[in-house]
Design a protein around this ligand. Structure first.
Ligand code: CP
Length: 333
């Protein structure tokens, strides 16, 4: 088992600005927001805030993870998550390996366990994994002594995206408690929706899921969300709307009559915004299908913080990489 030593926080301004709130991080892995406490989520946010300053320096690099090796183990395509985990690890001075399953010996039949154990044998410290199977990151914690970060597992969780969305809401609105957050679209296939729900509920927001009955089953009420199929009614009192992509690649049957019908009922257009609060915050985790869930002028309009989510992703991922490494010896979850 690999023994890790805690590295010092690189930003003195972080300590001056409120430090760690007296909280000690103990988790060697980040697998989902369902597992995290409110205090753990707030500690990630404090750490991310302290890392934001590093990205404003002319030399955007600190030695916090010097000598550590981070492996991006991606079995699904990605633009934002993969790039920002790579950049986050590099800003902390870690060495980064980008593993793409499509160009690896996985295509020759090598198992996930063997893939992980072979890469671990080269002396790596952290696996950042995206996988089409829910639970794959949890399984890897049982195959390796390295730290494991879930970068999206099937339809289960995407914890860093959930953290980014909630962090961006808190930055823009100044609080989470009591806010009405509406999440629209393909909820049933969405790991982002699930991670948002777990995190937002813990921090005291009211979450409403909206979409076609085929994509937003009433069963989500048992997880703590309000469920409705009337977007205009849900938007009337909304402080935040998070628009999700229709994940055609995960669908096995036609779940709504046509794209035109979907846009009419669930697309966010300038016309639809007329019935909402003027300060409605618009989010989207990306990638956007412009003209489907979001009209282009809304995606790029004054209420949108979509690119701010991407910028915040870097600080959140720096914080998560830093914290799991602080947790010392990697042990099973
Ligand atoms: N939001 C998100 O996970 O985007 P990517 O699929 O591009 O990583």
């Amino acid at each position: 088992m690999t023994r890790k030593t805690a590295s010092q926080h690189p930003s003195a301004s972080a300590r001056q600005a409120g430090g760690d709130g007296g909280f000690t991080w103990t988790r060697p892995h980040l697998l989902g927001l369902e597992d995290l406490s409110k205090e753990e989520i707030l500690h990630i946010f404090r750490t991310a805030e302290s890392f934001q300053e590093i990205s404003t320096r002319s030399i955007k690099k600190v030695p916090a993870l010097r000598g550590r090796v981070v492996v991006n183990l991606f079995f699904e395509d990605s633009t934002r998550t993969r790039t920002s985990f790579s950049l986050a690890a590099q800003r902390l001075s870690a060495d980064v390996i980008d593993f793409a399953a499509a160009r690896s010996s996985v295509t020759k039949g090598e198992s996930l366990r063997d893939t992980v154990r072979n890469i671990e044998a080269m002396g790596v410290d952290v696996f950042v994994i995206r996988h089409p199977a829910g639970g794959a990151p949890h399984y890897i914690t049982r195959c390796t002594n390295c730290h494991v970060i879930n970068a999206g597992d099937g339809q289960h969780e995407h914890p860093t995206q959930g953290l980014i969305d909630i962090f961006t809401i808190r930055e823009r609105k100044g609080r989470i408690e009591g806010l009405n957050v509406v999440i629209v679209g393909d909820i049933s296939h969405s790991r982002v929706a699930r991670s948002n729900l777990w995190g937002l509920n813990k921090l005291g927001a009211n979450v409403t899921f909206v979409g076609p009955t085929t994509l937003v089953p009433r069963a989500f009420q048992e997880m703590g969300a309000k469920v409705t199929h009337d977007l205009d009614a849900a938007l009337k009192d909304a402080d935040v709307v998070n628009m999700l992509r229709i994940q055609r690649e995960r669908m096995t049957s036609q779940v709504f009559p046509s794209t035109e019908e979907y846009v009419r009922l669930f697309g966010l257009t300038r016309e639809r915004l007329k019935g909402t609060r003027p300060d409605l915050l618009i989010l989207h985790p990306g990638p956007i299908n412009r003209g489907v869930e979001l009209a282009s002028d809304v995606a790029d309009g004054p209420n949108s913080s979509i690119l701010r989510q991407v910028s915040n992703g870097l600080a959140i991922r720096m914080a998560v990489l830093y914290l799991v490494n602080q947790a010392g010896t990697a042990m099973p979850a």
